[in-house]
Design a binder for this molecule. Structure first.
Ligand SMILES: *[C@@H]1O[C@H](CO)[C@@H](O)[C@H](O)[C@H]1NC(C)=O
Ligand SMILES: *[C@@H]1O[C@H](CO)[C@@H](O)[C@H](O)[C@H]1NC(C)=O
Ligand SMILES: *[C@@H]1O[C@H](CO)[C@@H](O)[C@H](O)[C@H]1NC(C)=O
Ligand SMILES: *[C@@H]1O[C@H](CO)[C@@H](O)[C@H](O)[C@H]1NC(C)=O
Length: 383
């Protein structure tokens, strides 16, 4: 090694030159032999390692140690595969930006089975989860679940639960404030990351389904309108909450009110998460006693795409008992007649036709209602 270095530096020196020519005569046969041995060892090792990769999947067990040649090539399936766990480290700006991607070619080059995303906005536990498990059973291809709970809450669903690993990165929520709409947008954005989700339903821990999955799926998927409650309500709790500072984006005749519990299709979901025009106005000028979660989405969507809205919610809520909060139903309220009324005793418009099936979900149910609901769900709801 040293002599070679010397020859390179002092190539014109005759003595070092002669040493080099001597060495080059000796080298070829030794070098060839060593190279041959190395080559054989190399070939044997690579055959062994390929076999081990194939037979034992060793390469997959040690991520990051594979040679680039062995990496799986990019495929569409890989690019669109939804994550197996919903936890990520994107902040809201990054998440909303990523979720706003919309394909510009309308025909899918794969078989897309459109799913309903059930988005649970909760404080913590989901006491009605056993009923939901029964509801979802057997429909695995047609739904996905997302749960936003208060950040410090740690859920403990078993690995066999449909709610296991369905928690999304969450932040503090104050009821009736913009942080509530932020949480709803966060749920929508996480659900939009799965290209198969076509309809998005917002639910709470006190909500239950009052029809079977197949009826709900058909009702939502065949509807020409999204079920966003949106009415122009006179009086202090409607127009009374409008603030003139919302001009020019929103004027008084555009102001709407609706239930927080909505269903939206994918296009409207993207409209909601990409909005930067209305957001600042609602954040600044709709604060309690203006409850922003009852006005922001209904008003914005009514301005942007009024023809896509059914203007009614799919979730039954009972305000008849009066007061600031709707009625909560417990064990003693649960009866066949109670649900018969919820399911059939009103008329509304569905795809421009009158119908008596107006509600697919209902709230609010106390944990004590779970037991009688589970016992009678087949008779009451058909699941
Ligand atoms: C998210 O992170 C980016 C990059 O660090 C930053 O520019 C942006 O302001 C952050 N957004 C939020 C909502 O924190
Ligand atoms: C989760 O924890 C709650 C109490 O913190 C308990 O009542 C419940 O049984 C637990 N669930 C599971 C699936 O372990
Ligand atoms: C509100 O704006 C709409 C659309 O620009 C307009 O047609 C309507 O006349 C306005 N209403 C009022 C009360 O200003
Ligand atoms: C919902 O209300 C808007 C106006 O606020 C209207 O243009 C639209 O036609 C309504 N939708 C249905 C299904 O009636």
């Amino acid at each position: 090694m040293q002599s070679r270095l010397v020859t390179m530096e002092e190539g014109k020196d005759p003595t070092t030159n002669s040493i080099r020519t001597n060495q080059t005569r000796v080298l070829p046969s030794r070098l060839l032999r060593s190279l041959l041995i190395l080559l054989i060892v190399g070939i044997v090792l690579s055959i062994v390692s390929i076999r081990m990769n194939r037979n034992l999947g060793v390469g997959n067990l040690v991520p990051g140690t594979q040679h680039p040649c062995f990496q799986e090539p990019i495929s569409l399936q890989n690019l669109i595969k939804p994550p197996s766990n919903y936890m990520h480290v994107m902040n809201d700006s990054e998440l909303l930006w990523r979720a706003s991607f919309v394909p510009q070619i309308k025909e899918y080059p794969f078989k897309r089975i459109p799913k309903i995303a059930f988005m649970f906005l909760t404080r913590g536990p989901l006491p009605m989860s056993p009923l939901w498990e029964k509801f979802f059973a057997g429909n695995e291809e047609l739904y996905s679940i997302y749960v936003h709970s208060l950040p410090l809450y740690v859920s403990n669903f078993s690995t066999s639960s449909v709610f296991y690993g369905r928690q999304i990165p969450s932040q503090m929520v104050e009821w009736g404030r913009m942080s509530m709409c932020d949480a709803e947008r966060r749920l929508l954005a996480n659900a939009l990351l799965d290209i198969s989700n076509e309809w998005f339903v917002l639910l709470s821990e006190a909500c239950i389904p009052i029809h079977s999955f197949s009826i709900i799926y058909r009702y939502i998927s065949k509807s020409r309108f999204s079920f966003m409650g949106s009415v122009d309500e006179p009086g202090p709790y409607g127009r009374g909450r409008y603030d003139i500072n919302m001009l020019p984006e929103v004027n008084i005749s555009q102001w709407r009110k609706g239930s927080q519990w909505f269903e939206a299709n994918r296009n409207l979901a993207v409209d909601i998460i990409k909005d930067t025009k209305f957001y600042p106005k609602f954040e600044q000028f709709c604060r309690p006693a203006c409850y922003v979660d009852e006005h922001y989405f209904p008003t914005m969507l009514t301005i942007q795409s009024p023809n896509l809205l059914a203007n009614r919610s799919l979730t039954y809520v009972d305000w008849s008992r009066g007061g600031a909060h709707p009625a909560t139903f417990g064990k003693n309220d649960i009866s066949k007649n109670f649900f018969k009324k919820l399911r059939e005793d009103q008329t509304c418009i569905y795809n421009n036709q009158p119908t008596t099936v107006c509600f697919l979900f209902a709230r609010k149910f106390a944990p004590s209602a779970l037991e009688p609901l589970l016992l009678n769900s087949l008779e009451f709801f058909g699941f």
